[in-house]
Design a protein around this ligand. Structure first.
Ligand code: 3SL
Length: 251
């Protein structure tokens, strides 16, 4: 298994593809997606365009859909939710499809959506992602951070490092055997430095500070937890993610 980390969708190769592509947006899209599926959402459908989201979701009755729109960290007018995982309670999302468009995270997912396997990862479901990789052993794995409007993000990189570090530990392999690019080494080093103070790291992150200015302190606390949800968002069709752990094996 060879692992690559790309800090943003813009830095991700366009001409090749990994066997397994993992999109990360700890603050907050992939944390929201993981939480929605954990709370029983039928599926999460991601859009980079708000108007397309509204058009496609029109085919769903209002009782079976939730529309989540975020731009610049705030809820888009006319949408049910913004992009807070704390909104995704079983009472509000259970049995419904979450249609979501955010500033960065949904773009990262669209950037990798042609890969054979597409997963969504955050710190809260890191172990579920690692277990999938150990079980299926894809030859090439990409972890793609969402960043903020094309720039590096501490929180997405530390999550990539958390996945890479756990993978290396569980595989018992060397860094040379696992890492395909320098960013893997950097991400692991960042995680090793901050693994016991992830909330502090969120407070140092530029996007974390932005969310604190918007009063999203509880979101940072929630999103900085590690391995708290055993949920694996996997793309079933382009742009549509389900909890692959809820699938019943045939036979
Ligand atoms: O999901 C995202 O694109 C986030 O980067 C934006 S926010 O956390 O909702 O502000």
């Amino acid at each position: 298994m060879k692992l690559s980390v790309f800090y943003t969708p813009e830095l991700t190769p366009e001409t090749t593809l990994a066997d397994c592509a993992i999109a990360v947006d700890v603050l907050r899209a992939t944390s929201t997606i993981v939480t929605a599926l954990s709370s029983g959402a039928e599926a999460v459908q991601v859009f980079s365009d708000l108007d397309k989201l509204l058009k496609v979701s029109e085919d769903w009755s209002s009782a079976k859909r939730i529309r989540a729109g975020e731009r610049g960290g705030s809820k888009v007018e006319g949408f049910d939710f913004g992009n807070s995982p704390l909104d995704c309670t079983p009472e509000r999302v259970g049995g419904k499809r979450l249609f979501i468009s955010t500033t960065n995270g949904t773009r990262a997912l669209q950037c990798v959506q042609t890969a054979p396997t597409v997963l969504a990862a955050a710190l809260i479901n890191r172990e579920a992602v690692v277990q999938h990789l150990l079980q299926h052993q894809p030859e090439t794995v990409w972890i793609v951070g969402s960043g903020w409007e094309g720039s590096f993000s501490l929180e997405d990189t530390v999550c990539a490092g958390a996945i890479a570090h756990q993978l290396q530990t569980k595989l018992g392999c060397s860094l040379e055997e696992l890492a395909e690019n320098d960013e893997v080494v950097g991400a692991i080093a960042l995680y090793q430095q901050w693994q016991d103070n992830l909330l502090d790291l969120m407070h140092h992150a530029s996007h974390g500070k932005r969310l604190l200015r918007l009063g999203c302190d509880e979101d940072l606390k929630y999103c900085s937890q590690t391995d708290v949800l055993d949920v694996l968002p996997m793309q079933r069709e382009p742009g549509v993610l389900i909890n692959s752990k809820s699938l019943v094996p045939i036979g």
